[in-house]
Write a protein that binds this ligand. Structure first.
Ligand code: GLC
Length: 630
């Protein structure tokens, strides 16, 4: 029985968990002003500790816990203690000056230590978007973005990836990951398709729950933030509240049946997996911003689904509710937001909440409820008990994690066309010509949320391997591998194999909104040149979503959807040359035309027929002995 990297990882996780449990440090000394308090006793049940701590807190300290501040907006380090801030985040790209694992640990450690110097010494949560590994850190393992994981349909693999991501986050001191996305994308014109697992509520829920387990069910743990509650994958085209976008931050049609049949089930799975937080979306539910909806946040999520974690709002979202900060804040907190993400001004927020409580516009019991939910998460993570730096920096970009990522890449590929069973290729193929913008471009294969919010085009990620490099490594000594991005080759002979590796430049959020997601003219020209100079043409798509390729696919002999595979480009070659079988299945419908958007997969009419249905994917056997020369 072959032991795969994910099995090895699983065994190591169990061992690490046992070791960490044994090494958990003694209770942290409490500030002298709180002698007599019992919340520091880690043998007590969490709720008893929370209740005791709340009794010893002032109103201002409770309100401070409700503030999640972007690290670049903290005016001075002392403010963390002065205002008793509950959490700090690195917005995507919010890196330290010294952008290394050591620099991250030092930066986060500064904020954590500052939080402990307050009167009551409640440690902060530090949150990051580690949505495909801890991609903020250049040396980190970059796993396939979620849509590729959706194609694996492998909850155990997803759980292991979440655990590896948690380890690479904890090594820097970050104990909160703003993942998984449970959005259900219905319109490929949206720029956040790839952050989601699938448009299928059941698959999204299954993999989302697995991801949450991987983050939270080990010691030390990382808090999940299941997002974006709710319906944030189904906004209508050209309804964005952001003037630069088209669909992101738009309006989700407020259909109650779809809410209960589709959008809620993945979040119910997240709640069953004990997600410690849920993040609201920047979208609106009909004419109400989600962060302003008491029905969605309190009546449904907290009272009906019994969510007992905390609700955190997204970015500047609450301030889009009403004209003034005060009215927006009152509406959002009373609707059920417990922690407010504040990319800019925490002093104003805290002042607004204090004023509202003083006026009776926000009740003290609402503040207590919000603080309770936040503190419960912090106790559950052991923030009051365990020592920092419980995870060594060497896990970042470790061989084991990269092997896991490579396995995930191989499993995420979806073989959509394979005429004459051209794939898998022989490693003894005489001459292979490679072209396309994504062949030698680690930035494209990683996608956004990689060191920079929007990602970075080009080869710059330490420790990563491009798809081209992976192919060169995989082929035998007698194979000739030629590469030209444009597909222009000096020889005029016809090569046996052509591989066009093409796709989308990195983009995040609304900057990826596109009226007609398809291949660039340069990539189409490269494909055409390769078609003319090779016998068998294989097209490999590197994209954050299904692309409109209906009119072109007939000219291609084979087609592989590779999504955004991340740093381990060799994983693509593993399947191309039969070291692993093709087995991925489409995680969402592949539209034939933008006229079919938003895609209604319940519509069985001929005009609604997709180019490829969800679940489609051809398979191949892994090669024991590579085929004879082609
Ligand atoms: C962004 C995204 C959200 C992310 C957050 C923090 O606006 O909508 O998914 O977690 O801000 O970066």
């Amino acid at each position: 029985m072959q032991i795969s990297p994910s099995h090895v990882i699983h065994l190591l996780f169990i061992a690490a968990g046992i070791v960490a449990l044994v090494l958990v440090a003694s209770p942290r000394n409490m500030p002298p002003s709180l002698n007599g308090a019992i919340y520091g006793d880690e043998t007590l049940p969490i709720d008893a500790r929370v209740n005791d701590l709340l009794v010893h807190m002032t109103l201002e300290e409770k309100i401070g816990q409700m503030a999640l501040v972007e690290k670049n907006s903290v005016h001075e380090l002392d403010d963390v203690a002065t205002y008793g801030l509950g959490a700090i985040l690195s917005g995507a790209g919010g890196k330290p000056e010294n952008n290394t694992p050591e620099g991250w640990r030092a930066m986060i450690g500064q904020f954590t230590n500052a939080s402990r110097s307050s009167r009551i010494g409640i440690p902060i949560l530090y949150g990051v978007d580690a949505n495909h590994g801890n991609g903020n850190v250049p040396d980190a393992t970059i796993f396939p973005h979620a849509l590729g994981l959706g194609a694996t349909r492998d909850p155990e693999l997803v759980e292991h990836i979440a655990r590896a991501t948690a380890e690479e986050s904890l090594a820097t001191g970050a104990q909160w990951n703003f993942s998984p996305s449970l959005d259900l994308p219905t319109d490929i014109r949206w720029g956040r398709i790839y952050e989601a697992f699938s448009d299928d509520p059941e698959l999204a829920g299954e993999l989302g729950a697995a991801y949450i387990r991987g983050l939270q069910e080990f010691t030390p743990a990382v808090a999940a933030a299941a997002k974006h509650y709710i319906g944030a994958g189904s906004m209508a085209w050209q309804t964005s509240s952001n003037k630069d976008f088209f669909i992101d931050q738009g309006i989700t049609p407020p259909d109650e049946k779809t809410l209960r049949d589709a959008y809620l089930p993945p979040f119910q799975r997240a709640i069953e997996a004990n997600a410690l937080s849920i993040m609201t979306g920047l979208n609106a539910w009909g004419d109400t911003k989600v962060s302003a909806s008491r029905y969605l946040l309190t009546d449904v999520l907290k009272n009906e689904l019994h969510f007992n974690g905390f609700v955190v709002s997204d970015w500047y979202g609450i301030y889009e509710i009403a004209p003034g900060t005060y009215d927006s804040t009152v509406t959002a907190i009373n609707a059920g937001v417990d922690m407010v993400m504040l990319p800019y001004d925490y002093v104003q927020f805290i002042s607004d909440v204090k004023k509202a409580v003083g006026r009776g516009a926000i009740s003290e019991s609402r503040i207590d409820d919000a603080a309770r939910r936040i503190l419960r998460a912090k106790f559950a993570l052991g923030l009051f008990d365990a020592d920092d730096a419980a995870v060594d920096l060497s896990v970042i970009g470790s061989e084991l994690h990269r092997a896991l990522a490579r396995e995930a890449v191989g499993k995420s590929l979806v073989l959509l066309k394979n005429d004459d069973s051209i794939l898998p290729l022989s490693i003894h193929s005489k001459k292979i010509r490679i072209a396309g913008s994504a062949a030698d471009n680690i930035g494209m294969q990683s996608g956004a949320w990689t060191v920079e919010w929007q990602g970075v085009d080009g080869n710059w990620l330490p420790g990563a391997t491009s798809i081209l490099a992976g192919i060169r490594q995989a082929t035998g000594p007698d194979a000739i591998v030629q590469y030209d991005k444009d597909g222009t080759f000096a020889e005029k002979d016809i090569a046996d194999i052509g591989i066009a590796i093409v796709g989308e430049k990195p983009y995040a959020e609304g900057w990826g909104d596109a009226a007609n997601p398809t291949l660039s003219a340069d990539d189409m020209a490269a494909i055409k040149r390769l078609r003319a100079s090779t016998r068998h043409l294989i097209v490999i798509l590197i994209s954050g979503r299904p692309l409109i390729i209906t009119d072109d696919i007939s000219n291609w002999d084979a087609l592989v959807a590779s999504w955004l595979p991340g740093s381990e480009g060799e994983g693509v070659a593993d399947a191309l040359f039969g070291n692993v079988p093709f087995g991925g299945k489409l995680p969402m419908y592949w539209p034939r035309s933008i006229k079919q958007l938003p895609f209604d997969w319940t519509d069985s009419s001929a005009s609604a027929r997709p180019l490829f249905p969800r679940g489609f994917g051809l398979t191949t056997e892994s090669l024991k002995n590579p085929k004879s020369n082609r």
